[in-house]
Design a protein around this ligand. Sequence first.
Ligand SMILES: C[S@@+](CC[C@H](N)C(=O)[O-])C[C@H]1O[C@@H](n2cnc3c(N)ncnc32)[C@H](O)[C@@H]1O
Length: 261
Amino acid sequence: MNYDYEWFKKAVFDLTKIDLNAYKEKQMKRRIDTLITKYDVKGYEVFADMLKKDKDVLGTFVNYLTINVSEFFRNPDQWSLMDKEMVPELIDKFGKNLKIWSAACSTGDEPYTIVMLLSRHMPLNQINILATDLDTVAIAKAKNGVYQAKEIAGVPADLKQKYFTTNPDGTVSISNEIKSRVTFKKADLLRDPYPKDYHLIVCRNVLIYFTEEAKDETFRKYYEALAPGGILFIGATEQIINYKDMGYVRKNSFYYEKPKG
Ligand SMILES: C[S@@+](CC[C@H](N)C(=O)[O-])C[C@H]1O[C@@H](n2cnc3c(N)ncnc32)[C@H](O)[C@@H]1O
């Protein structure tokens, strides 16, 4: 048997159901090889065996693989446009009971940013966000809602004062008022069924790791998941090249609309 990267991808799929074929190969392989070197093991076969036997190593591997860097109000210009354009437009079309999905939410920074931003437009108890990610370690951190001060550096001062408290160890906790507006679930964008009739889908900084085919398929699935008139909000460095073929209308480089009927 040739225990090469092709073999390892299958072993990872059997163990985790994560399909490494859908991620850009060069980048992913380099990350995995770096981790294997850190564990000081020889080759994919030994490492796969370690993953099978040690749940902690498996958890670390999935967490490392999924690259869950995030921060509150990441790319502030995008949030500013969401505040001034996107949200008023959505309220105009759908009212204030908006169905919003933060897909690949990582450690919660993004869905909590959405809640805080919407709190400027509507009462908190009207806000409900679905937030999903593949990585259960990231979701556990999101639910816990405790961050390093630097992770919330981008939060506007009034919101920081209103919704965060500083802990004795210097970390900060987000308030239960904000936490309670988000429902976190584990979901794999490549495998699990997508929800339906969403007014806003926020999916930033994850599809950059996918192959072109997987990316294309995901954008098409988001189209199906949106209600007519709904908006897809993507990362600052991303774009949908063949948006027209998929049926989207481009409103801006990072936000696209599913036209109404
Ligand atoms: C770089 S973070 C982006 C977090 C946040 N959206 C942001 O922009 O700050 C990428 C996230 O995508 C998640 N992810 C990777 N592959 C995924 C998949 N197939 N399904 C769901 N989430 C995935 C990772 O676990 C990670 O939390």
